[in-house]
Design a protein around this ligand. Structure first.
Ligand SMILES: Cc1ncc(COP(=O)(O)O)c(C=O)c1O
Length: 409
């Protein structure tokens, strides 16, 4: 290669770049945006973010923080005020006790998870990730030098990890188990008995840390209760990182505040990683998160009821879609739909639906509904539909999907 070729921008990227893919959800969002820009009405079931406004008292707290001059660097992983608010939240809602030095805050739960894997993984360390999984877990593990060990959990098992599957996946190199209940992308919720059964396995393997991603904690339906593994199994408390954030609960995705409770040495190491990445989460967002966590909580139950109603609208709207099979999800704001029966069918334009990516493309182009293919979540053939959008859009989009499925032959 001559010097000029070697210096082309694309050739200068690190080998690490081969470990990460462009988030498939962002790819879908970009294509939906392009269609919309061309004047098409697109129902967007791809994005996982509440469409509500951030509560007024939280907005006010942020404005007050700006006026007060909370506009400088803060302590690396959160102000004392925020850490105490997080501590109070864990005590109030999860009956989990953390000292302030066992609590960390970052620019979103995503950065918390990134910090945790950067701080703990050595080459060859394994991280057990049940599939379908949130798209970021495997990439963040790889970026940390670890090896994702994907454990498929099928529809028959309610997309939930069984103790047997967990036991079989554990090796001497296992560093972490990732749990995410309620789950993105399936909405599956682990009951406290199921978590207890997983804890029984973990108690036999003291080297395994547990990352409990509880970001959808407040979106659990049908009267079911949320539980977190550290609460169910106090013996595991010293090796669980309980991750949460304000994004989904308080409609604050753009504010970028996530947090966690865990063992002090891990929390300290995560703060060290963060100190060389972002220095600290945004000072104004931290003040807003304090208001969210300590302020009135009535809105949380109201939003849950809204999402439960939307879930029912989507489930009803998809019930008669030929070839789409699913169970009613118990939490989060996603329906994970098995589309095996549609693979091999032909579109009116004569294209074959060869896989779930082809189906998602067809639904976007033919029905103008944006969904995400199961391939992005490590479990195919399926599509994920988010119902974090207005009921009218859900009705319209589902009717368009039913018509598009009917048009396949
Ligand atoms: C399962 C799961 N964990 C973590 C996150 C990240 O949330 P945050 O906005 O706090 O980074 C998301 C966001 O979509 C998610 O679905």
């Amino acid at each position: 290669m001559n010097d000029a070729a070697a210096n082309e921008p694309g050739k200068q990227l690190s080998r690490r770049m081969s470990l990460v893919a462009l988030n498939p959800i962002i790819a879908v969002m970009n294509r939906a945006r392009a269609l919309r820009a061309a004047g098409t009405r697109v129902c967007d079931f791809s994005v996982g973010e509440p469409d509500f406004d951030t509560p007024g008292h939280v907005q006010d707290a942020a404005i007050a923080a700006i006026r007060r001059g909370d506009t400088r660097y803060t302590a690396t992983d959160g102000t004392i005020a925020l850490k105490e608010a997080i501590q109070a939240k864990f005590r109030r809602e999860n009956r989990l006790e953390y000292r302030v030095d066992q609590v960390t805050a970052a620019a979103g739960a995503k950065q918390v998870i990134y910090n945790a894997f950067q701080a703990t993984l050595d080459p060859g360390d394994e991280v057990i990730i049940p599939a379908p999984y949130w798209t970021s877990y495997p990439d963040v593990v790889r970026l940390g030098g670890g090896r994702p060990v994907i454990v498929p959990c099928d529809r028959a098992s309610g997309y939930r990890l069984s103790p047997t599957a967990l036991e079989q996946a554990i090796t001497p190199r296992t560093k972490w188990l990732v749990l995410n209940s309620p789950s993105n992308p399936t909405g599956a919720v682990h009951s406290s008995d199921e978590l207890r059964a997983l804890a029984d396995v973990l108690e036999r393997h003291p080297q395994v840390l547990v990352l409990s991603d509880d970001i959808y904690e407040h979106l659990v339906y049908d009267g079911q209760a949320f539980t977190s593994i550290a609460q169910v199994a106090p013996s595991l408390h010293p090796r669980v990182l309980t991750v949460n954030g304000v994004s989904k609960t308080y409609a604050m995705t753009g504010w970028r505040i996530g947090y966690a409770g865990g063992p002090t040495p891990l929390i300290r190491a995560m703060a060290a990683i963060q100190s060389q990445a972002t220095s600290n989460p945004c000072s104004i967002s931290q003040a807003a998160a304090v208001a969210a966590l300590l302020g009135p909580q009535e809105l949380v139950a109201e939003r849950r009821a809204d999402f439960e109603r939307r879930r029912d609208v989507m489930v009803e709207g998809l019930r008669h879609a030929p070839g789409l099979v699913f169970d009613v999800p118990q939490g989060a704001f996603y329906v994970y739909v098995d589309c095996s029966a549609l693979i091999g069918r032909r579109t009116p334009e004569g294209t074959t639906i060869v896989d779930d990516t082809a189906l998602a493309n067809y639904l976007l182009e033919h029905a103008h509904v944006a969904t995400v293919q199961g391939a992005g979540f490590g479990f195919s053939p399926a599509i994920r539909l988010a119902y974090a959008t207005a009921e009218a859009d859900i009705r319209h989009g589902c009717a368009a999907i039913v018509a598009a499925c009917n048009a396949l032959h």
